[in-house]
Design a protein around this ligand. Structure first.
Ligand code: HPA
Length: 262
């Protein structure tokens, strides 16, 4: 079932989703939890680009999750694929146009903090955006606040507790050198990846409530004996119990406040 963009938007507007979830590498299987209402391929969305990386799907899905209408993005457009900030954040503007007010982002990341191991989740409270000198709608006015909503960060990180940390967003697409990881650690980063920061800032500047979680797929370069590779990142992020842990938190913390009969 794949719809045209205009049919997708008509169906989405009739269901009025208020929550959008942008799923990172390997985590697309989360859509299996929802009752599908409509889908559109990135290739059919104006301004979007189909994924160029193996294993990344590019689909927008409208579904009912615990009876709550939710917009889900299976995949995203990355800065490392050569897209400008404006295109990278097109998903966030589409969600905003369709009436979404709460934006949840996930990504696969390398763990820098000593306590983070493959399969763990970290809730992002702030980021280091080391991607690009200028970004979407950035102005000369500084300083800027963290785009992540503090009450959502605290709720998502509670029971059983998760690390609340700082995510370093790098350009990629190469993984880092061990020296870069030591530098990032000294700068205060707890996890490292190649996405999320631009989308989070775009969402916050549109007035959305934003939260993001990193799925730790590996210890960052130089912090373990293993050699990093994309297949391993996908495999760890897609493990059933790992996706489940994220889904359970969303079901417990986010969805109840949007339940029409709540
Ligand atoms: N570095 C950058 N991005 C990543 C990593 C990493 O170690 N793991 C998954 N995405």
């Amino acid at each position: 079932m794949s719809h045209s963009f205009s049919d997708f938007c008509t169906i989405a507007r009739s269901h009025a989703p208020r929550v959008a979830i942008i799923l990172g590498s390997g985590q697309g299987s989360l859509v299996e939890r929802v009752k599908l209402l409509a889908t559109v391929r990135f290739a059919d969305v104006p301004g979007f680009a189909p994924p160029t990386v193996h294993g990344h799907s590019g689909r927008v899905v409208l579904g009912l999750w615990c009876e709550v209408p939710v917009l889900m993005f299976q995949g995203r457009m990355h800065f490392y694929e050569g897209h400008e900030a404006n295109r990278v954040t097109g998903n966030v503007r589409l969600a905003n146009d369709l009436g979404v007010t709460t934006l949840i982002l996930t990504n696969a990341a390398g763990g820098i903090h000593d306590s983070l191991n493959p399969g763990d989740w970290m809730v992002i409270a702030n980021h280091l955006k080391l991607l690009t000198p200028t970004s979407w709608q950035e102005s000369l006015e500084a300083p800027k606040p963290s785009p992540y909503a503090p009450e959502l960060v605290a709720a998502l990180a509670a029971d059983p507790p998760l690390l609340i940390g700082t995510y370093a967003a790098l350009t990629g697409p190469c993984y880092e050198t061990p020296a870069e990881i030591r530098a990032l650690k000294a700068m205060g980063a707890d996890a490292v990846g190649m996405s999320t920061a631009m989308e989070a800032e775009a969402g916050a500047s549109l007035g959305m409530r934003v939260a993001a979680m990193s799925c730790i797929t590996n210890k960052a370069a130089g912090l373990s004996a293993g050699v990093l590779d994309h297949a391993e990142v996908q495999e760890v992020a897609g493990r059933g119990h790992v996706v489940e842990q994220f889904a359970n938190r969303i079901e417990r913390i986010v969805l109840p406040s949007f339940h029409l009969r709540a």
